[in-house]
Design a protein. Sequence first.
Length: 317
Amino acid sequence: MGTILSNRQVNTTAENILKTLGYFDLFQYPLTRDEVCRFHADEVPHSVIFTALDGLLKERSVFKLDEFFSLKNDFSAVQRRRDGNMLAIKQMKIAGRVARLLSGFPFVKGIAVSGSLSKNFADEKTDIDFFIVTAANRLWIARTFMHLYKKLTFLTGRQHWFCMNYYVDEAGLEITEKNIFTAMEIVTLVPMQGKSSLDNFISENNWVKKYFPVNCSAVDHVPEIKRGIFRKLIEKILGGKTGEALEKRLMNITGRRWQKKTERHQLNSKGICMSMIVGRHFSKPDPRNFQDKVVERYHAKVQQLLQQKSTIASLVF
C-alpha cells in the first residue's frame, strides 16, 4: 500500500508541477528547481517534487534548459529570462530609492514592489509597480499627494519610476479577488518599507495558502517608516473632520474621472484600456482588463496540460 500511495503522490505532484510551469509559461518565464518547489500547490517533501520532475523530464512533458525547467524546448525563453533578471537588478535598486521617497508622504504605512519586477524580471518597457498600504480612511489623501508628485516626474522623464496603481488602507487589507493571479501577486510582493503594516496585510490574506501553502513573504528585514516633521504636520491637520471630508471628496472626484476614461475607452501607453475600481478602502486596476484574462488563460492551459499527461500515461500503460 505504501508504494501505491507513493506513486499516487508523485502523480499528483507531477500535475501540480505542470500547473506551476503552466502559469509561468503564460509569461514565457522558465523556472529553476527551487522556484518549482517555492510555487508548488501542495506541501510535500522536495524529494517527491524532484522525483516527479524527473518523471516529467523522461516523458518530455517538461524540458530542462541549463538550470531552468520549461514546458517548451526553446532556449530563447532562457535567454529572455536571463536578460530580464539582469535588468531587474538595476530596476530594483531604483525601486529601493523610490520606495524610501514615497514612504515620506502623509498617511503611507507600507510599500512593496509588485508586477513583473517582483518576479525578478524587467525589460525596456517595464514600469516599477508599487503596492501601497495607507492609514485607515486616508487612502485618497495619500494617493492624491503621491500622484500630484508623479505629475512632476514627467518633466524629468521618470514617470515610469512611480507606477502606483494598487492601494489598500488598513481598514480593508483583505483582497477580495481570491484567485491564482492575486495569490501569486501577494506571495511575490517585495516588501520595501513599513514592516508592521505589511505584516498585517500578509496575515489578513492568509487565504493564499490555498494556492501556495509553503510560500510566505518575508518582511523581517523591512524597516518601519519614519515620520518626518512635514508629514506629522499634514497628518495632524488632516486627521480630523477636515481630513474626513477631503478624503470623501477626493474619492468621488477620482472615481468620476476614471469612469469617464473607461467610458471613452481611453488607452494607456501600453495600449490597454484605462480602468480603475474605486472604493472607500481601495484603489485598484479593474480585474476585467488583465487579471480575469490571465486566470482564464491559465485554466485553459492547465486543462490542456492535464489532458496531454493523461494521453501520455495511457500510451505508457
